[in-house]
Design a protein around this ligand. Structure first.
Ligand code: ASP
Length: 320
């Protein structure tokens, strides 16, 4: 009996040690938190923090935050200035999800500067979740959005050079120039979570292609009881495993955010034989304000803003 108790004690100590080891960036105090993908997330976090630090709602924070990236013409993978499809059209995907589990999404949207805000309108003003293409564009105009040319001279130049060199039907491998979505998850002072995700998708894609970013459960998922997650990288691989939902479900099982992201990357490897040719990053924030990320191969970074540490860029742990 004595030996059995000692064994139990040993097992407990061991398991708490393991939990401690796999812990993501831990919280040191209460207060809002916002995390977003890539280094360009820093600027988006700044805007989101303005909302969060004045007691605002996480939903407003994530919309305000990713709009900064959408409006930046120098960012070649989100919003205006985004890399076009192989016909030279910039087509945008975005979604948003709030603390009640309500969500909205737009895909294959053209000529609109802020797809995330159209997604929010879909969520708040219709009984639908997802609008695509011309329907989404018409809906945007009806709700006061202006027509905007999203193809900047720089992006057009990039497209022409690519077309000349490769011709149609030659999707380039995912690299820093032809992808990178902004996904953002925020926790507000009230302890509520929301998320947003927005992208121009894979560069030089086949016209009509939609990636993971506007698909609830793939590019983004938020469950206010547990946490939120978002994805960046080769969207097809993320869709196959419902990546962000999977990360949230791993957190529900008790895994810390970084470990949950790692488990999702491992699932992705198992389901995608081409995994050595692609890049994927998952980023997660839980209800306690702990966060973490994991990626398939090195190079993925994310930005995190907390009261304790301010706004900073963190290198994600990597599988390969
Ligand atoms: N996930 C996006 C897509 O596949 C692109 C990216 O994040 O790099 O459309």
């Amino acid at each position: 009996m004595h030996t059995f108790k000692a064994f139990l004690l040993f097992a407990c100590v061991l398991s708490s040690f393991q939990v401690g080891c796999s812990m993501s960036q831990k919280r040191e105090s209460d207060g809002p938190v916002v995390v977003s993908t890539w280094k360009f997330g820093l600027k988006a976090n700044e805007a989101a923090w303005q909302v969060l630090s004045s007691g605002g709602r996480a939903l407003d924070a994530v919309e305000t935050g990713v709009r900064v990236t959408e409006a930046d013409p120098n960012n070649g993978s989100v919003g205006i200035g985004g890399t076009p499809d192989e016909d030279g059209n910039v087509t945008l995907d975005a979604c948003i999800m709030d603390e009640t589990g309500d969500c909205g999404s737009v895909a294959f949207l053209q000529n609109i500067l802020h797809p995330v805000s159209v997604a929010r309108k879909v969520m708040e003003e219709t009984r639908h979740i997802m609008l695509v293409g011309k329907g989404a564009e018409e809906f945007a105009y009806e709700h006061g959005f202006d027509k905007t040319n999203l193809l900047t001279p720089r992006a057009e130049e990039r497209w022409k050079r690519w077309l000349e060199k490769n011709g149609r039907g030659q999707l380039p491998a995912i690299n820093i120039e032809n992808h990178d979505t902004i996904g953002m998850i925020a926790l507000d002072e009230k302890g509520n979570l929301s998320g947003a995700c927005t992208t121009s998708g894979a560069g030089f894609k086949i016209p009509g292609r939609v990636g993971d970013s506007p698909i609830i459960g793939a590019g983004l998922y938020v469950d206010n009881e547990v946490g939120g997650a978002c994805a960046t990288g080769w969207g097809e691989a993320v869709i196959r495993i419902c990546g962000s939902h999977l990360v949230v479900e791993y957190m529900r099982q008790g895994h810390a955010p970084r470990k949950a992201c790692r488990l999702a990357v491992e699932r992705l490897i198992a389901r995608n034989p081409d995994y050595r040719e692609i890049q994927i990053g998952f980023l997660a924030l839980n209800k306690k304000g702990e966060f973490g990320a994991y990626c398939l191969r090195s190079g993925f970074q994310y930005a995190a803003y907390t009261t304790e540490h301010g706004n900073r860029v963190i290198d994600s742990k990597t599988k390969l």
